[in-house]
Design a protein around this ligand. Structure first.
Ligand SMILES: NC(=O)C1=CN([C@@H]2O[C@H](COP(=O)(O)OP(=O)(O)OC[C@H]3O[C@@H](n4cnc5c(N)ncnc54)[C@H](OP(=O)(O)O)[C@@H]3O)[C@@H](O)[C@H]2O)C=CC1
Ligand SMILES: O=C(O)[C@@H]1CCC=N1
Length: 276
């Protein structure tokens, strides 16, 4: 049997989502290996997707392999050094999902020879509706970028950032973003229940409205403000509600995204200090 070409370090939520996408795209289970400490977690992936389950320890990898880091950012300094020799041996690439961990940090851990790429997917990847930003510096070739993008394209849309400094903002907007939208959904559902709608009805109304508005914004190719004006009759119900939202929503969005950016930078700093 040939060696797997896509090797996951970590068998958690994001690894599972991406593996599911790769299998949907027709990548063979035998082309994918998963390394993680807990037998049950990685064996569950092996049963469900036919991938190769392996202990956490590093092993030599195929020359054209992509090693995907899908364990937690704070563990990166202890996990990566053992993979350095395997990665340095071949022309394979290293693709990190770790929030906040910079290319410079990764290169310090893996050495200057290993092509390092970063990405920031999000949890709608579980259903193939993910939004991933990617970054690689100028030393990474077009073929290496394409190999990384092919993996993330299996779970949704991909966008490249030219400036690594913007990865923190992308993480705060799209990486964490599903949680903001889900909180909004929950709040709308509760507000509907407060007005007397049955819970199940309020949930359907909230879900379909958020989904429909997001699709409209994407497909109509108009600014959200123009589409909002279409809903807003003079002195009508929408105008009354919007006046309340405007009391705080924009300022809250700014503060929330800023808090995520600040936290990302603090975590990166802690990871950096931990790795020195
Ligand atoms: N969750 C999210 O919304 C997003 C997360 N990310 C990033 O993705 C990465 C993974 O996050 P997520 O999937 O949520 O995390 P999880 O906690 O679900 O998964 C982490 C995995 O790492 C494994 N692990 C722990 N130690 C080792 C080791 N020594 N070697 C190999 N694997 C190990 C764990 O193994 P075991 O199962 O055996 O315990 C677990 O499977 C993080 O870096 C995060 O920043 C990026 C975008 C969005
Ligand atoms: O909350 C976190 O730190 C990770 C990164 C983006 C989404 N989840």
């Amino acid at each position: 049997m040939s060696e797997p070409r896509i090797i996951f370090i970590g068998a958690g939520n994001m690894a599972r989502a991406i593996i599911a996408g790769l299998r949907r795209r027709g990548i063979a289970g035998g082309d994918i290996a998963v390394h993680a400490p807990h037998l049950e977690r990685r064996e569950a992936l092996a049963r469900e997707f036919g991938v190769i389950s392996r202990a956490a320890e590093a092993v030599p990898v195929a020359a054209d392999a992509t090693v995907v880091y899908a364990a937690k950012p704070k563990q990166i300094g202890t996990i990566l050094p053992s993979w350095r020799a395997a990665l340095e041996a071949g022309p394979g690439i290293f693709l990190s999902l770790a929030a906040g961990v910079t290319s410079a940090s990764l290169k310090r851990l893996l050495g200057p020879k290993v092509p390092v790429l970063r990405c920031m997917p999000n949890t709608p990847a579980q259903i193939g509706a993910g939004m991933t930003t990617l970054y690689a510096d100028a030393s990474v070739t077009a073929e290496q970028r394409a190999a990384a993008e092919a993996i993330l394209a299996a779970v949704g849309r991909c966008l490249w950032l030219e400036d690594e400094g913007l990865m923190d903002a992308a993480t705060a907007l799209a990486g964490s973003g599903p949680a903001y939208v889900l909180l909004f959904l929950e709040a709308l559902e509760d507000a509907g229940v407060f007005q007397g709608l049955p819970r199940a009805t309020a949930r359907i109304l909230a879900q379909e409205t958020v989904l429909g508005a997001a699709r409209l914004a994407k497909e109509a190719q108009m600014a959200p403000s123009n589409l909002r004006h279409q809903v807003t009759s003079p002195a009508g119900t929408t105008a009354a509600a919007l006046a309340v939202w405007e009391e705080g929503l924009r300022a809250l969005a700014q503060r929330a995204v800023q808090a995520a950016v600040d936290r990302g930078r603090a975590l990166a700093q802690m990871t950096e200090e931990h790795n020195q």
